[in-house]
Write a protein that binds this ligand. Structure first.
Ligand code: NAP
Length: 319
């Protein structure tokens, strides 16, 4: 049996559906049923039900966006750092292998490889870097799992949300048998306030940047596949390979959905942060070589996006 925590959430629901599709015996444990944030109660569940694997899709993301985490720091810390640490300890004591939904939002920017030298660029909105992204995308490289996170409490600036996700990765390092699955900006064909495509369709103005992003079903399939393949435990960037600019996504939306909407962009960072955002946003490119080398098949970002837009369902998914 696979035990799923956070099954009521946007990502947790996708895990539940994927387990259902596979016919895998699983149990969704809700906080209402058992307060799994308490070590003693979680340990009791693990000892009693002896799951073969545990998935932690619980966490505190802030709604409608990470700005809300700045006003709810205790909940953010509890959901994103203390909870995974509690789970890690309970799983280590019981020898339960498990996977944790981490985030790529602990990075900012990308690596630029030119003339045999690699440098980290944290802000890809600089005009000269935008030009590289457009004209020489081959020099833009994603952060690998061994690159130190650079959008954290240790490497400011960061949002409080990102800081707590990075602290969790540190807390889990070397404890028990776990996967840290890094998700980025989930999207799919189901219109939903949490879906990146829905967000772009509803923003008054759009913020142009460069990102690796994760198709929601592709993400959970890839996470489950790592476990099924018995890939080595550790951290994996789980995004659709490649990167994409907001302008490219918006242009795909316009052509596929034939929306009459004219997308407007914030003029620059200064305007975006003055009028639309309270806390810094992570925008980054991740490298997926480790995931793919482990034998996990995952579609390139353009293909996953195009597919989601072709199948676009303009209604909130039931359940
Ligand atoms: N969505 C994204 O854009 C995104 C991107 C990267 C990473 N992630 C990570 O993915 C995970 C799931 O995110 P989501 O988008 O699915 O969030 P969500 O829709 O808000 O769902 C959150 C889930 O976590 C539980 N939860 C909330 N606060 C909690 C707390 N303090 N302690 C224990 N459980 C708590 C909720 O359970 P109840 O039903 O009991 O409230 C719910 O099941 C999080 O770790 C998040 O950091 C999300």
């Amino acid at each position: 049996m696979i035990l799923l925590l956070g099954g009521s959430g946007y990502i947790g629901q996708a895990f539940a559906e994927a387990l259902e599709r596979r016919g895998r015996e699983h149990r969704v444990l809700s906080r209402r049923e058992t307060d799994y944030t308490r070590f003693d109660l979680l340990l009791g569940v693990l000892r009693h039900s002896r799951p073969e694997f545990l998935i932690n899709a619980a966490g505190f993301t802030g709604k409608p966006n990470v700005d809300a985490c700045e006003q709810a720091k205790a909940d953010t810390l509890a959901g994103n750092t203390l909870l995974p640490q509690t789970i890690a300890q309970a799983c280590a004591v019981t020898g339960t292998p498990w996977g944790h939904v981490s985030s790529g939002c602990i990075y900012s920017g990308a690596k630029v490889v030119e003339g045999g030298r690699t440098r980290v660029e944290k802000d890809l909105t600089k005009p000269e870097l935008q030009m590289l992204v457009r004209e020489r995308p081959e020099v833009i490289h994603g952060f690998t799992e061994t690159d130190p996170p650079n959008f954290t409490f240790r490497d400011l600036p960061c949002s409080f949300y990102s800081g707590t996700k990075a602290l969790a990765e540190e807390a889990l390092d070397g404890v028990g048998q776990s996967y840290l699955w890094r998700l980025r900006i989930p999207f799919d064909e189901w219109d939903n306030p949490r879906n990146y495509l829905s967000k772009l369709l509803n923003y008054a103005k759009v913020y142009d940047n460069v990102n690796s992003i994760s198709h929601r079903a592709d993400f959970v399939e890839a996470c489950l596949r790592l476990w099924e393949l018995r890939a080595p435990f550790g951290t994996y960037n789980v995004t659709n390979p490649g990167f994409i600019t907001t302008r490219q996504v918006v242009s795909m939306i316009a052509s596929r959905l034939k929306t009459p909407r004219r997308f407007e962009f914030w003029a620059n960072d200064e305007e975006f942060y003055r009028l639309a955002a309270r806390t810094p946003r992570s925008n980054c490119v991740l490298d997926t070589t480790k995931l793919v080398s482990a034998g996990v098949a995952i579609r390139p970002v353009e293909e996953a996006l195009d597919d989601a837009l072709r199948r676009w369902q303009a209604a909130v998914k039931p359940g």
